[in-house]
Each structure stands twice: as C-alpha cells, then as structure tokens.
Design a binder for this molecule. Structure first.
Ligand code: SF4
Length: 180
C-alpha cells in the first residue's frame, strides 16, 4: 500500500512498511538481560562517551512488557535459561535480540554441565556480538546492523504473527500428534 506526501513543490512516495520500519528502528527500547561481566560493556555504551542515544535506543526498560530489544549480556546457566525465555516471551511484539559476548553466543570458556551453550538454543537471535568481552563499539555496530535489518522488514512478515505460536510449539511439541 503506497502513501504520498506533498511537501511544497517536492513529492515523496513511500510505503507503510518503510515508514513503520523507519519508526521502529529509531525507537528501540532495550532490556538488558545482564548476568555477568559483558554487562559492564553495556554500561559503557549507555554513557556519554559512546552515547547510544544517537541511535534512539537510550531508554532502557527493566520490565519486559515495555521492551522490544533484548540484549543478553553474560553467561546463561541452565537454571537461568527459563527466566530468559519467560522474559523474552513477555516482551512486546515485534521484538529483537542481540546476543553479546562469547558466553551468551556459545557458552564461551564455560563448556560445563551447568552453562547453556548458546542462547539461540532457547530464543531466536538477530545479531551476534563476538568477543570476551566485546568493545562497546561492537555493541553499537550490532545495533546499527539490526536497525538496517528492521528497516527492511515487512509489516506483513508472518513471523510476527506466528512467532509466539511457533516458539510454543518448538518448546512444547504436541506429543499426542507424534505418538499417534
Ligand atoms: S564473554 Fe567474557 S566478558 Fe562476557 S560474560 Fe563471558 S567471560 Fe564475561
């Protein structure tokens, strides 16, 4: 669906998807899911030295219901994984995830019985930031790349409508359908 604006003698044509994508990418509300040392890097990102406000994402939310960008910062144990999943599930749609640091991406150096070997085993991830810890610039780089991705997403993308149902099915398969 196209919309048009008359701006004096100039003329601009765009689509609803592009306008919504533009608004979404500059109004991200991050939820820092911080469990270990990578969180210190996120604190740096919030300071004036790095100034995440330049990207419209300076408003952290400590309630998942008022957040649409989860940053997972640190080691996630199996005990913590259901809490992360619950927080993700509670967040508003549409939502995105940036996975920060080696521990969150792969378990990092903690190849142990207690540590989740990558958060993408539990929740979908949009951007991975490598490093132990990553520099604050790398977190900002992931944010900019995510903004590019968001601006290209369509509002008709079925993943938004079906994601909760899909994830529920993935985590709770219908055993009766499998066993019959
Ligand atoms: S990746 Fe390194 S800095 Fe980040 S939480 Fe793991 S051990 Fe700490």
């Amino acid at each position: 669906m196209g919309i048009e604006h008359h701006l004096g003698n100039s003329f601009m044509a765009t689509s609803i998807s592009q306008v919504v994508g533009w608004a979404r990418k500059y109004s991200l509300w991050p939820l820092p899911f911080a469990t270990a040392c990578c969180s210190i890097e996120f604190m740096s990102v919030m300071t004036s030295d790095f100034d995440i406000a330049r990207f419209g994402a300076e408003r952290p939310s400590f309630s998942p219901r008022q957040a649409d960008l989860m940053l997972v910062l640190g080691t996630i144990t199996y005990k913590m994984a259901p809490v992360m999943w619950k927080a993700y599930q509670t967040m508003a749609e549409p939502k995105w995830v940036i996975c920060v640091g080696a521990c969150a991406c792969t378990g990092g150096m903690f190849d142990t019985y207690a540590v989740l070997q990558g958060i993408d085993r539990v929740i979908p991830v949009d951007m991975y930031v490598p490093g132990c810890p990553p520099r604050p610039e790398m977190i900002l780089d992931a944010l900019v790349k995510l903004q590019e991705k968001i601006s290209k997403e369509s509002i008709n993308d079925p993943k938004y409508k079906d994601r909760v149902e899909y994830l529920n099915k993935a985590l709770n398969p219908d055993r009766s359908a499998i066993e019959s």
